[in-house]
Design a protein around this ligand. Structure first.
Ligand code: FES
Length: 108
């Protein structure tokens, strides 16, 4: 389990995604006002970046074929995706966003 500081919450675009590459993990980070969520950036259906998808409340729509994923859990919510993406614990410490990479969440 490793913690990574990715910068200030205020520096993230609100209600949108941003991709971070941490080691071998490709992570889509979404800020929703004062909260932040992190899931695997690689769509479980095919090659696409979920950080580039459109956010509807707490679901992101894959920009390639439109599958939706819950950004709080990584669960897929609609076809054509049939598998979830990893979900990474996040924390805000003194305005700084911390992402924890666990072995279960590791994006392979
Ligand atoms: S690549 Fe995401 S739905 Fe197909």
């Amino acid at each position: 389990m490793t913690e990574h500081a990715i910068g200030a919450l205020e520096a993230l675009p609100n209600r949108a995604g941003q991709r971070f590459d941490i080691g071998e993990d490709r992570i889509a980070v979404f800020r929703v006002d004062d909260a932040v969520y992190a899931i695997g950036d690689r769509c479980s259906h095919a090659e696409a970046s979920l950080a580039e998808g459109e956010l509807f409340d707490l679901e992101v729509e894959c920009p390639r074929h439109g599958a939706e994923f819950d950004i709080t859990t990584g669960e897929q919510r609609s076809l054509p995706a049939t598998k979830p993406v990893p979900c990474y614990p996040t924390e805000i410490r003194n305005g700084e966003v911390i992402i924890t990479i666990t072995s279960e969440a590791h994006d392979e």
